[in-house]
Write a protein that binds this ligand. Structure first.
Ligand SMILES: CC(C)(COP(=O)(O)OP(=O)(O)OC[C@H]1O[C@@H](n2cnc3c(N)ncnc32)[C@H](O)[C@@H]1OP(=O)(O)O)[C@@H](O)C(=O)NCCC(=O)NCCS
Length: 190
């Protein structure tokens, strides 16, 4: 009964400047396939979405994750077009931790899409899961992914530790974390 789904009535979708975030829809399949033509995106996500069947499977994972309360992916739209993905991953048991993931379509990179989307998702998540005790969100990236490291810095995720290589990741990574600013910390300080 204390289960860990955000109440849709009290937690609208994340809100970001100049971007619209909403859950993925089946109609996003063509734009998804287009985004996944980018080699960097495929390499970093370790995922292939080449055709309609793979896109349908990818979309099903997002739908199922939302239904089970373990995965909240949002399509990031700019002027009606898909420019990115941002996702909050939660353990099945809920709890005080979560993880954020993201990508930006190649043509839309370098304009702060990912940092704005991550910021919006973070604010949304701490509110949506406050009752569930969420206090910390982690962001992990491969050690040579400097662009992702910049996203972490720009969206308030402080570097916390080096994560040793583990399959399927052949090199050490970085963990960054952002903590919920609790009411006492948030009052009276700049
Ligand atoms: C990492 C990524 C999400 C950044 O998204 P973004 O919306 O471009 O973010 P920003 O605009 O803040 O740019 C971040 C950094 O990317 C680099 N960058 C800038 N323009 C770029 C471009 N046109 N193409 C690629 N990288 C660019 C810069 O290092 C920039 O840092 P800076 O602001 O200090 O210059 C995006 O490069 C991406 O989708 N990469 C592939 C997937 C991936 O790595 N996901 C994260 C896995 S942990």
């Amino acid at each position: 009964m204390s289960h860990h789904r955000p109440d849709p009535a009290s937690t609208a979708f994340p809100r970001a400047d100049g971007l619209l975030l909403r859950p993925f829809e089946d109609a996003d399949a063509p734009a998804l396939i287009e985004a996944y033509r980018d080699e960097t995106l495929r390499r970093r996500t370790r995922n292939a979405v080449h055709d309609a069947e793979q896109a349908a499977r990818w979309l099903a994972v997002q739908h199922e994750g939302r239904a089970s309360g373990t995965r909240y992916a949002f399509a990031v739209l700019e002027a009606g077009g898909l420019v990115g993905n941002v996702v909050l991953k939660r353990g099945a048991a809920g709890g005080d931790r979560a993880e954020v993931g993201y990508w930006t379509a190649a043509a839309a990179r370098g304009r702060g899409v990912a940092p704005r989307a991550v910021e919006a998702l973070t604010v949304w998540a701490f509110e949506a899961f406050a009752g569930d005790g969420l206090v910390r969100i982690d962001l992990l990236h491969e050690g040579d992914n400097d662009a992702s490291c910049r996203v972490a810095e720009k969206s308030g995720y402080a570097f916390t530790e080096i994560v040793p290589a583990f399959p399927p990741y052949p090199m050490d990574g970085h963990r960054h974390s952002r903590k919920r600013l609790d009411a006492s910390e948030g009052h009276g300080s700049e």
